[in-house]
Design a protein around this ligand. Structure first.
Ligand SMILES: [Ca+2]
Ligand SMILES: [Ca+2]
Ligand SMILES: [Ca+2]
Length: 328
């Protein structure tokens, strides 16, 4: 059951977005609002394995391998409704059965044109790890071999094979340790820039607890930022070189003009051709903005959820929602 509070939050997020006074009318066509917004409370009427976009792009999201069973009753904040569960399946066997979400088109996703030649992107969403990471590498013979990263969510590049990204929130091995990072790539054929949050990622995303995270990508100014529960995280770039080639003319600096090849959530290859970096946990209210939000806007975005920090492994107990009856 989706409460009126959830609808209210949805309406607020559909508006001009953070930084603009709340209003009572939902305007999902407002270009300042999120381009894509998945709250996992809107299954497609004809296909529960597809989630309807509550943002302006109308990009359907595929719930890969788990279908409607991936919508689970676990509220990130009061009134959050259903969440998305992703996880590794059959860790010891090469296959394509891991639960993940996304969309993929080898020639680009036309409805994601707002991310073509864009000067900034923001990714935001609720995350709750429920299992151990990183997962065993199911693509190698060695049973003790583990993946080097844990996939959270991001936007694929225009040349992506299902893994390469334009903007990504992820947990990546940096100097031998898994760390929470933002990874951005301005040009499809250019280098990526990595911003690494200080400290162990497990302290930033505690197991069994819902945490709101955001990453901003300012392609024009060549900067990124990471946020946790509305507050900027201390973080450092892995390079001080001009990886995005923003120095000099022309201005402003935009991303590649190509269409993104898709979205990935909880693991790579949304077209389900390969397993990579599965996330064992939950997501809710995943937002993709076609601009880089400022610190006050991210703070306001978080504040609008009215969330109070909470957690505890007792919430891990699954109550899987049936594939029917959620309604539009
Ligand atoms: Ca939800
Ligand atoms: Ca598997
Ligand atoms: Ca510039």
């Amino acid at each position: 059951m989706i409460g009126s509070y959830a609808r209210c939050v949805t309406a607020l997020l559909c508006l001009a977005g953070p930084g603009v006074a709340p209003a009572a009318v939902c305007d999902c066509d407002n270009p300042a609002g999120p381009v894509a917004h998945y709250d996992f409370d809107h299954p497609d009427e004809n296909d529960v394995s597809t989630e309807r976009d509550q943002g302006s792009s109308g990009t359907p999201l595929w719930l890969v391998n788990g279908g409607g069973a991936m919508r689970v009753a676990d509220e990130a904040y009061p009134g959050a409704g259903m969440a998305l569960e992703t996880r590794q399946v059959n860790p010891g066997r090469a296959g394509n059965d891991d639960w993940k979400a996304g969309v993929f088109e080898a020639d680009g996703v036309a409805s994601l044109a707002a991310f073509s030649a864009v000067d900034g992107i923001t990714l935001a969403g609720w995350v709750k790890p429920t299992g151990h990471h990183p997962s065993p590498n199911s693509t190698t013979e060695d049973p003790d071999d583990r993946f080097g990263a844990v996939g959270l969510f991001g936007l694929l590049s225009g040349t992506s094979e299902g893994h390469l990204v334009r903007a990504l929130l992820e947990i990546i091995t940096v100097n031998g340790e898994l760390r929470l990072v933002a990874l951005g790539r301005r040009f499809d054929d250019g280098e990526s820039l990595l911003l690494v949050a200080d400290g162990p990622w497990e302290a930033l995303l505690p197991i069994g607890a819902w945490t709101h995270i955001a990453a901003t990508f300012d392609f024009d100014n060549g900067t990124m930022a990471l946020y946790r529960n509305g507050v900027a995280l201390p973080a450092a770039y892995t390079s001080d070189e001009d990886r995005w080639q923003v120095g000099g003319e022309p201005e402003p600096d935009m991303s590649s003009p190509s269409l993104p090849n898709g979205i990935k959530i909880g693991g790579s290859y949304p077209q389900n051709t390969q397993e990579r970096n599965p996330f064992n946990g939950r997501f809710d209210d995943i937002l993709f903005y076609g601009r880089s939000l400022g610190p006050e806007q991210v703070e306001l975005l978080y504040a609008r959820y009215g969330a109070k920090p909470r957690g505890g492994l007792s919430k891990v107990a699954l109550r899987v929602q049936p594939d029917v009856g959620l309604g539009p």
